[in-house]
Ligand binder design. Structure first.
Ligand SMILES: Nc1ncnc2c1ncn2[C@@H]1O[C@H](COP(=O)(O)OP(=O)(O)OP(=O)(O)O)[C@@H](O)[C@H]1O
Length: 637
């Protein structure tokens, strides 16, 4: 069994210097690509990340047969498409340098194949030879996944392997050789810088850091809870000394979540403006993991550590935003049973969770095979994600909510043979798991990025529109009622109706006047005047009267003509409004007015005629009386 080295060697931290300062000359160039403070949107300085050129030595991995197909950086246009990712879990093997003179029983026959003289051949997406660098591993694993994260996919990288095989070395690296996490963070920020210069997109990056220790989830960025070892008997027990005094670490609960699958309730998330800032939080998290000398090994190597980096990209033109998460996991290593009680307990938890992970991978692998062989492509098997905290947290990634790469580290020395074989079997099963991953849907800006002022303005606009629509609806209802009532509310139609009534009334009046011939007029004044008039006047009046009678006949004819016209107008009123209006507004309107005037004149004429008739009768009456007196005087007296 491999003995652990000194703690400083085993779990490197970045506390002394930022990666950009500590690292190789090419990495120091990252300072130029650093995102400015306050915003992750376009900056004035263009970054050409050296990390991208570093990858050239391993770029062949991306086109290697059997390796998952990750496209090169897509354009923004293609990123907006909701194309799924189809593929298998990418599995790579990294061999630890042996340093032994013994002949290694494992040989790498080609970049995808490793062979054991007794056990046989294993094929993977890539086998990294013992002397390869972390940069090579990064370029073939997490780097292309970050390109996918930039496109809106979730991505998970986890290192799996026995204790001391090089998981932490690969993921975290050392002060001399940076691991996948700092390299990936630097590349992510350089991509964000590049994209924000090219597009009207705003980026936000936030980090969370957790560990699973003895089947409990702890927040490593909850800075209020500084972890201190308890000075008494149980050296392994931890307490947190924060503002609220000594207390036990707060265990985070997992909850089912419709959006993310599983949610870690209360996990701290720190927004970061630069790669330095993000790596600073990881350093802080690392400190939380190793607060006591006596527990350093336990917490550093006996817990699963997961860094979650969430990228939110908002299209400022469209207002859409999409979040994707990069999960970088340094799993605890499996270990044979040890004598020390506490170590045995930790080892049991580690082995249990790794066993659960192995079972989940096996089931997923079997399901993938079954799906490929079933015409309908359906499966019904139960995947036991709930058997451990690790599998529950990895569930969204493993169940198709993200792209997954597994880095299996092995130590090929003889005493690790059985552990190596177990790791390779796990890797083979993982390789068989197929994924069908969809990017998360874009969120409308109304959901994600409106300020309160913008929302108030939108509400005011919508309220105004609503009021206007209410008024419109009321008007339409009125018109409906009017239509039901035959459009009598239309001013033109109403006028026509009134005119019609007026004409009718006038005609009736004329009729009555004409019929007055039969009435006995009691006009005493006229009678007195006629009594004193001479006979010549009577003759004259007679002549006039006859002329008036002639006119009266003409007026009667004219009255019939008017009646006929009124009947025509009534018919027009009953025709559609538009035609009525057009007719009414034309010559017919003038005709009606003319008729009204004519009727008035006719009334006056009739009145005058009747007066004349009465005068005539008065004028003639004395004469008749004289005549009567002359012939039949006795009859009267
Ligand atoms: N590829 C490598 N090249 C050089 N040194 C390595 C390599 N892999 C591992 N080592 C060294 O081996 C030792 C153990 O490695 P590491 O701590 O990464 O193992 P581990 O798998 O994380 O173990 P554990 O599960 O206990 O955390 C360290 O000193 C590390 O520097």
């Amino acid at each position: 069994m491999i003995q652990k080295g000194p703690s400083s060697m085993r779990r490197p931290s970045f506390k002394s210097q930022s990666p950009s300062v500590r690292s190789t000359s090419s990495f120091s160039n990252l300072k130029r690509g650093r995102i400015g403070s306050g915003s992750l949107s376009a900056s004035s300085s263009r970054s050409s990340s050296p990390l991208r050129s570093i990858s050239s030595s391993s770029d062949h991995l991306l086109s290697t047969p059997g390796h998952f197909k990750i496209s090169r950086r897509g354009s923004l246009g293609s990123q907006r498409k909701q194309e799924p990712y189809n593929g298998i879990i990418s599995v790579v093997i990294r061999l630890k340098p042996s340093g032994s003179r013994e002949k290694d029983p494992w040989i790498i026959t080609d970049p995808q194949t490793m062979q054991h003289v007794d056990v046989g051949e294993f094929k993977f997406d890539h086998v990294f030879r013992p002397g390869c660098s972390n940069v090579e591993v990064y370029a073939g694993t997490s780097k292309p996944m970050i390109d996918r994260v930039m496109e809106g996919f979730n991505a998970t990288v986890f290192a799996y392997g026995m204790t001391g095989s090089g998981k932490t070395f690969t993921m975290m690296g050392t002060e001399e050789e940076l691991g996948l996490i700092p390299l990936s963070v630097a590349y992510l920020f350089s991509r964000v810088m590049e994209e924000s210069l090219q597009n009207d997109d705003r980026f936000e990056i936030a980090v969370s850091y957790l560990e699973i220790y003895n089947e409990k989830v702890y927040d490593l960025l909850d800075c209020e809870n500084e972890v201190k070892p308890l000075a008494t008997g149980s050296s392994r027990m931890l307490v947190h000394v924060g503002a609220r005094g000594p207390r036990t670490p707060i265990e985070l609960k997992l909850r089912e979540d419709s959006k993310y699958g599983v949610k870690i309730v209360g996990l701290t998330e720190k927004r970061c403006q630069s790669s330095d800032e993000l790596l600073k939080w990881i350093r802080i998290g690392d400190k939380s993991r190793k607060t006591g000398e006596t527990i350093y090994n336990t917490r550093s190597s006996r817990s699963h550590a997961i860094v979650l980096i969430r990228l939110t990209r908002t299209d400022l033109k469209q207002g859409d935003s999409v979040s994707s998460t990069l999960s970088l996991c340094d799993l605890a290593g499996s270990e044979k049973a040890v004598t020390q009680n506490e170590r045995r307990k930790e080892g049991a938890f580690i082995n249990k969770s790794l066993l659960a992970l192995g079972t989940v991978i096996s089931k997923l692998s079997a399901e993938s095979t079954q799906r490929n062989n079933t015409p309908a492509g359906t499966t019904t098997s139960h995947i036991p994600y709930r058997d451990s905290k690790l599998t529950r947290i990895l569930q969204p990634a493993l169940s198709g909510n993200g792209i997954v790469t597994t880095i299996c580290t092995i130590d090929t020395k003889q005493e690790s043979a059985s552990e190596t074989l177990n790791t390779l079997r796990f890797a083979s099963r993982a390789k068989n798991v197929s994924l069908h991953v969809f990017r998360k849907p874009l969120l409308p800006s109304s959901v994600s990025c409106h300020s309160i002022e913008e929302k108030d303005r939108i509400i005011a606009t919508l309220t105004k529109q609503l009021d206007e629509q209410h008024v419109l609806i009321a008007k339409l209802k009125e018109n409906d009622v009017a239509a039901d009532m035959g459009d009598i509310s239309d001013p033109n139609t109403s006028l026509m109706e009134t005119e019609n009534k007026f004409l009718k009334y006038k005609l009736e009046h004329c009729e009555k006047l004409l019929d007055k011939d039969a009435l006995d007029l009691q006009d005493t004044e006229i009678a007195e005047i006629v009594d004193i008039l001479p006979v010549e006047v009577g003759t004259l009046l007679e002549t006039k009267f006859q002329g008036l009678e002639s006119q009266l006949r003409q007026y009667k004819d004219y009255t019939r003509y008017l009646e006929h016209k009124v009947a025509e107008l009534e018919i027009q009123i009953q025709t559609p409004q538009s035609s009525v209006n057009s007719v009414y507004e034309g010559s017919e309107g003038e005709l009606v007015a003319e008729l009204q005037k004519s009727l008035e004149r006719k009334d006056k004429m009739i009145e005058a005629l009747q007066s004349a008739r009465r005068l005539r009768e008065r004028a003639l009456r004395p004469l008749n009386r004289d005549e009567l007196n002359a012939g039949t005087k006795e009859e009267f007296f």
